[in-house]
Design a protein around this ligand. Structure first.
Ligand code: SF4
Length: 322
């Protein structure tokens, strides 16, 4: 089998599979690899993750996006320590009881770590099988996932389930991609979409939401070598992450406000352009929920993706002007 050499496949423990699968949601393997290594160094076992602070967890995830994934892993690890001595169980039912573990991740842990017959239907598998069987239903429907699951079960019965599961994921990642390489595909003889000459029409998807463009202004207040930041609270997407002061619009800029490079940041259907200004102050001011920190402390904090770019641009600016 021409499987890719990936770090989570080398020492295939249930915890490593779990972490890798959560990181791989919405993110390509090549991007995940360095994050996976760093994570495993910092949190080598479930207990070390459970005992970490929320800030440490978010810092390790910084830049990977969709931070709720990191928090779900964290919550799951704490639950496992409280309820199962820090061990991942070997049945689908018990795995799905763990906060943050859904059918796909449970299937992946059972298949890859415990080598059991279990369907793990990710985007790759969905793409391959909806093309192979020319399934007309929309890929985002639960019904389609169920149908693919049933078809997959038949394949898993026939051969070594773990090998078949991994082979399908690899086929999706390496050949049956968005732009498929059917000439290299080992199963093209049986592929209905290929036989119909309609590969580009599968999988069927609903129309994407229109991109919503937003603009924000960020004011980086500076007093001597300190900068004003706050931690986003509540149930917002950025909850637990740090940001500088920012607003959709402000009436007027402070007297001393030096523009830094604009930052563009996208998440879900939003594309946000942030215009940051460095605003040195003569006197220290207090703003509820905000704190003053030096550069070294800022670097240790987890920032939201947009404000992390602002922080890096600020550090560049400060080092070039010192
Ligand atoms: S023949 Fe093409 S479309 Fe069909 S499974 Fe292979 S790569 Fe995918």
């Amino acid at each position: 089998m021409n499987a890719r050499k990936l770090p989570w496949r080398e020492d295939c423990t249930p915890y490593r599979v779990w972490v890798s699968e959560v990181m791989l949601q919405q993110t390509q393997a090549v991007v995940v690899i360095p994050y996976f290594h760093r994570w495993m160094q910092k949190f080598p076992v479930i207990e070390s993750l459970a005992l970490a602070s929320k800030e440490e967890v978010l810092k390790m995830w910084e830049g990977l996006g969709y931070y709720s994934r990191a928090l779900r892993l964290y919550e799951g690890a704490q639950w496992l320590v409280r309820n199962r001595n820090g061990n991942l169980p070997e049945t689908r039912k018990s795995l799905e009881e763990i906060p943050g573990i859904g059918p796909y991740t449970a299937g992946a842990i059972l298949s890859f770590a415990f080598k059991k017959k279990a369907a793990a239907i990710d985007g790759n598998v969905l793409r391959v099988l909806t093309r192979f069987y020319a399934i007309e239903d929309c890929i985002s429907k639960l019904l389609t996932h169920r149908r693919v699951g049933e078809l997959l079960d038949v394949h898993l019965e026939r051969r070594s389930p773990f090998v078949t599961m991994e082979a399908l994921i690899e086929l999706g990642a390496l050949h049956c991609k968005k732009e498929p390489e059917c000439h290299l595909c080992p199963i093209k003889k049986g592929c209905k979409a290929f036989a119909l000459g309609k590969v580009s029409e599968f999988p069927k998807r609903k129309k994407r939401d229109k991109i919503v463009k937003l603009t924000r202004i960020a004011l980086i207040y500076q007093y001597k070598d300190l900068f004003l930041v706050h931690r986003v609270e509540g149930a917002r997407v950025m909850s637990g992450l740090y940001e500088f002061y920012s607003s959709e619009k402000i009436d007027s800029l402070p007297k001393r406000a030096y523009p830094l490079d604009k930052v563009v940041h996208s998440y879900t259907k939003y594309r946000v352009t942030i215009s940051p200004y460095l605003c040195p102050l003569q006197h220290k001011m207090n703003l509820s929920g905000y704190k003053w920190l030096d550069q070294e402390s800022l670097l240790k904090l987890p920032f939201s993706a947009g404000h992390r770019k602002i922080l890096l641009s600020l550090l560049d600016f400060l080092s070039s002007s010192s």
